[in-house]
Design a protein around this ligand. Structure first.
Ligand code: ADP
Ligand code: MG
Length: 263
């Protein structure tokens, strides 16, 4: 009788798609017998092996879906090198609360100060919490949307950009957009705003210059800013490029005040 139920346990776990539990069943059952586990101890142990394997797999899928250009974590961020950053504000963001509040995050500052690093780190945190995140640059986003429009599938792709819990739009303002591209970027921002879904955006342009980003359209720029900033945490990073600073420290570059410097 017992052998019958052992077989039934294995095949039922298989049918339920609980492959990790099925594979671990024999070993865990032997250990449970040897160590006199209670029945619920045994069941809890077996099921937690299944759920933790599923979580690991879900996180791996989320990270794959995100298409990060590379992986960065907040633990790798040198806060001492960036005293203009409010550490408490950054720590609060990494609790992930902004995601459930549909709050946006805007990272502003000159090149090399860690905007993309922090944006990716927020994305990795989001993926690890079990949520979908999608990374794109503004130029890529514009290209994808204009292609989709030309191929009559704009609705579908706008929906796709509305799906993930977090959308990261990197390098807004590096290239100025064509009027049609600007209007498409606006639509992505407006849709996510209507659904209370967060955007993390990085830009080298202060808000006062956003009309330039939106092809000189002041009305569209202010409508986009209204939505972006309604619920938003803004991190304004000032200071020097981290890379240049590191190279200076290593003696590979002259100090910025050096009259012989050609920077
Ligand atoms: P930005 O997007 O602001 O131009 P990046 O995030 O691309 O800058 O940063 C440039 C490089 O310097 C990246 O490799 C990044 O990881 C690194 N970096 C920038 N700031 C820091 C920092 N404070 N601590 C550690 N690495 C940093
Ligand atoms: Mg960047």
């Amino acid at each position: 009788m017992s052998a019958l139920y052992e077989e039934l346990a294995a095949s039922s776990l298989e049918q339920l798609g609980m492959h990790t539990a099925k594979d671990a069943l024999d070993q865990v059952a032997q250990r449970a017998a040897a160590e006199n586990w209670s029945y619920s101890h045994f069941l809890g142990y077996l099921l937690s092996a299944e759920t933790s394997a599923r979580q690991t797999k879900a996180v791996a899928l989320n990270l794959q879906f995100a298409r990060f250009p590379y992986t960065k974590r907040v633990e790798h961020f040198d806060f001492a090198a960036q005293p203009s950053l409010d550490r408490r504000l950054v720590d609060e963001l990494f609790t992930g609360r902004f995601l459930s509040e549909g709050r946006n995050v805007v990272l502003l500052g000159p090149p090399g100060v860690g905007k993309t690093h922090l944006a990716i780190a927020l994305g990795v945190m989001t993926a690890e919490k079990g949520y979908r995140v999608s990374f794109t640059t503004a130029a890529d986003l514009a290209r994808k949307l204009t292609t989709a429009m030309a191929e009559n599938r704009l609705g579908r792709i706008l929906n796709a950009f509305g799906q993930p819990t977090l959308l990261i739009i990197d390098e807004v303002g590096y290239l100025s957009l064509e009027p049609a591209e600007a209007s498409l970027l606006f639509q992505v921002i407006a849709r996510r705003y209507d659904k209370d879904q967060s955007i993390v955006l990085t830009s080298n342009k202060p808000f006062g210059e956003w009309a330039q980003i939106f092809a000189g359209d002041v009305v569209m720029a202010s409508a986009a800013l209204d939505r972006m900033l309604h619920r938003c945490t803004v991190l304004n990073i000032r200071g020097d490029s981290y890379r240049l600073k590191e190279r200076r420290k290593a003696g590979l570059l002259a100090a910025p005040t050096d009259p012989n410097s050609n920077e």
